[in-house]
Design a protein around this ligand. Structure first.
Ligand code: 5GP
Ligand code: MN
Length: 326
């Protein structure tokens, strides 16, 4: 492995410090949880003191992974630390955790558009998951790849590649997965925990949302919508929609999907996914959000009909390859 200057600086900074807080973005996903806990186990193996803090709990299927139930859920990082390691966040506000800027900030991320808010910044958009960077960090720290660490790195990669669907996958992705399996990861168990341990409310909610799905006039874009009333009636929760967004893309003709989730009143969380070369990351960016080419999101406010029309226009432009600004 060739160690980049950024990684070497982070390794040196970690070695020189003792107390760490590790945070990631609000509404954490498999890559945030996996990256955070792989790093936490590695730092503890070096005798460091580590607290993991997130604004929101992990989705229920992820609670089955080692150390997840020990994560502190708080909107403030209380206590004294020598450094804050932030995973998966384009900017510090994405954590939803206040007070992290009091510490020496180490920023580790793979999202295009990272604002380099740390004292040390290691940003690699070519990584399929932040977990790939954490794998290199574990190596750099010369910590043995234990089964716990390897499981979290594999979890990060499995989920952030959409179960090995996305174009971000590289030979390195599989090299890391191979090493993870050699270290004792059980890929069947990980997949079962992540994908096959849901509740009935979730299945009913999927049914309700997919029944109400709309398709754009060209038949290439799916529009899915959820509000609090729909969730209540189906007997599911917003957390239960994790993964739902990928289902419309299982239809051959479908090129992109946009999912509007009401937060409060006229405010909506928008999640988007696309196939191949269709860059919906730049669509999200136009609305103040971000993400990757094939997976992105933002938060918008307005009448939902008008919002849906606007997003469809933008996504059609992205599909047809015309510039977003005309
Ligand atoms: P999701 O649709 O799963 O919420 O997000 C998909 C991807 O887009 C993730 O990689 C996530 O980090 C990114 N993303 C989602 N929402 C936002 C946002 O509001 N701002 C930024 N910068 N990135 C986002
Ligand atoms: Mn990620």
């Amino acid at each position: 492995m060739t160690t980049s200057p950024e990684l070497q600086q982070i390794v040196d900074a970690i070695r020189a410090r003792q107390r760490f807080v590790i945070s990631s973005h609000s509404r954490p996903d498999g890559d945030s949880i996996g990256s955070q806990l792989a790093a936490a186990y590695a730092l503890r193996a070096l005798g460091k003191q580590v607290t993991v803090v997130n604004a929101d709990p992990a989705p229920p299927p992820l609670q089955q992974f080692p150390g997840v139930t020990d994560i502190t859920i708080a909107d403030r990082a209380d206590g004294e630390f020598d450094a804050a390691i932030i995973m998966e966040c384009g900017d510090l506000a994405r954590t939803g955790v206040a007070g992290l800027d009091r510490f020496f900030v180490i920023n580790i991320d793979h999202h295009p558009g990272n604002t380099e808010y740390g004292q040390l910044n290691w940003f690699d958009a070519s990584a399929a998951a932040c977990g790939e960077l954490v794998f290199d960090l574990v190596r750099g720290l010369q910590v043995p790849l234990t089964r716990e660490i390897a499981t979290h790195i594999y979890l990060a990669i499995l989920t952030d590649t959409g179960s090995f669907h996305y174009s971000s996958i590289s030979p390195r992705t599989f090299d890391i997965c191979r090493e993870a399996l050699e270290a004792g990861v059980d890929p069947v168990l990980v997949a079962r925990n992540v994908y096959d341990s849901n509740n009935m409310g979730r299945l009913k909610l999927f049914g309700a949302v997919l029944s109400a799905m709309q398709i754009d006039s060209t038949g290439r874009i799916a529009i899915v919508y959820l509000d609090h009333e729909m969730a209540r009636q189906a007997g599911g929760t917003y957390e239960d929609t994790e993964g739902l967004i990928n289902l419309p893309l299982t239809v051959k003709e479908m090129q992109a999907v946009v999912f509007f989730k009401q937060t409060e009143g006229d405010e909506y969380r928008v999640s988007m996914r696309s196939k191949g070369n269709i860059d919906i990351g730049s669509v999200a960016k136009e609305f103040g959000g971000g993400g990757h080419k094939n997976a992105a999101g933002c938060t918008v406010t307005g009448p939902v009909d008008a919002l849906q029309k606007t997003f469809i226009e933008k996504i059609e432009e992205a599909i047809d390859g015309r510039p977003a600004h005309r």
